[in-house]
Write a protein that binds this ligand. Sequence first.
Ligand code: PEP
Length: 462
Amino acid sequence: MNTIVRLDLGGAAQIIFEAGDITEQQTDAIVNAANSSLMGGGGVDGAIHRAGGPAILEECRRIVARDGHLPPGEAVETTAGKLQASYVIHTVGPIYRDGLHGESSILASAYRNSLRLADRLGLLSVAFPAISTGVYGFPAEGAAEVALGTVIDELAMARNVRLVRFVLFSPAMLSTFIQAAIEQQQRREATGWNFTTTTQEEFNPRKEKEAMMSRKKIIAANWKMYKTPEQARQFMHEFMPLVKDHKRDEIVICPPFIDIATVSELANGSNIEVGAQNLYWEKEGAFTAEISGEMLVGAGCKWVIIGHSERRQYFGETDDTVNHRLKVALEAGLAPIVCVGEVKEERESGITEDVLRRQCTRAFAGVSARKAARMVVAYEPVWAIGTGLTATPEMASDAHQLIRREAANVFGEEYAQQLRILYGGSVKPENAHALLSQPEIDGALVGGASLKADSFSKIVHW
Ligand code: PEP
């Protein structure tokens, strides 16, 4: 009976080790460890092309014709042909010579780039063969150490990927990888990790997927028009030590444009990501005082708030301009936080549902589920922003369910189940727990209470 060893890394991430045939895996992406070119030769590459059918090879040929051969350590996706996965991610591992030619860093980059690509595609799970072990001559222990170290670091940063499966071609290789995982646990003094063993027969991929679809919460700060670069620096010096071990939720800070470089530089390599509060929908040009998606990415942003009610109220933002901004943000590789919410009069006259429905359908128009993988929605009842009034957890939950139904209508049920919907409107340390413990509330967008390191860190630790 085949054994599966599962390593629970604490938080939501897991690694599974098993021996078997990678082409039979129920996973969202299978990594194809091609050797010297995208179209590669034998081993896993051949097995994937045989099982997936000619469509994958055709796609590979088109990619090579367009971009040339894939350099070592890079990754690119194709669809998965007849395989059960949605994608095959192709990467090129090193050819091992004597270990002194940068082989380890190429191997790490093959794992890292494959995982980052899966994450950008919005996937939950990825299956890896042992890239460059055995077949391409990389000593197994060394490869396992590089693979595990890289995957564990990347899982801690991933937004979407929760499960990595190592599908090894022999029981001996399986033991090597499990041993490497135990060594990683000792080296990192990781007390929250947990190993369990089951059999392949007991393992139910559908149930696993349902469990994984529980959504990681996001705690995002919107600093609005507060803080000079020096004040931003001071905030980061105080805030970072307070949240440095926090893995349960994603932490995002959206400072004014002028502070982005400072905050990005300080947050680099930490568990904090940076976002902007707006972007313009043209790529570049004579648009005085505007900022493009590409500029934001260049300054270190991963996120961008779109359609905040203060933009709608004071700066002429409409549902259509929200839609333009959403499209360019996704095109630029940013994760948009699209804000929707009713004003007081709309709630009082009983049209909250119509307003939310209209804002969502217009914002999402012409966007595909695949492109929208990184999108997050923030429900911010305008009457609760900066007023001290908060929607009750039940009110917020109702609005979130409605938004999720709207997302299901536009993007499909599976997408909607993964979509994260944040609540915003006078979130503070005192009400954070009641709001964030609602299963429908996938995080918070915090204005006023995010300006002080102490109060924002309390919200992060809700
Ligand atoms: C916001 O600006 O997005 C917000 C929710 O503000 P506050 O938390 O101050 O209500």
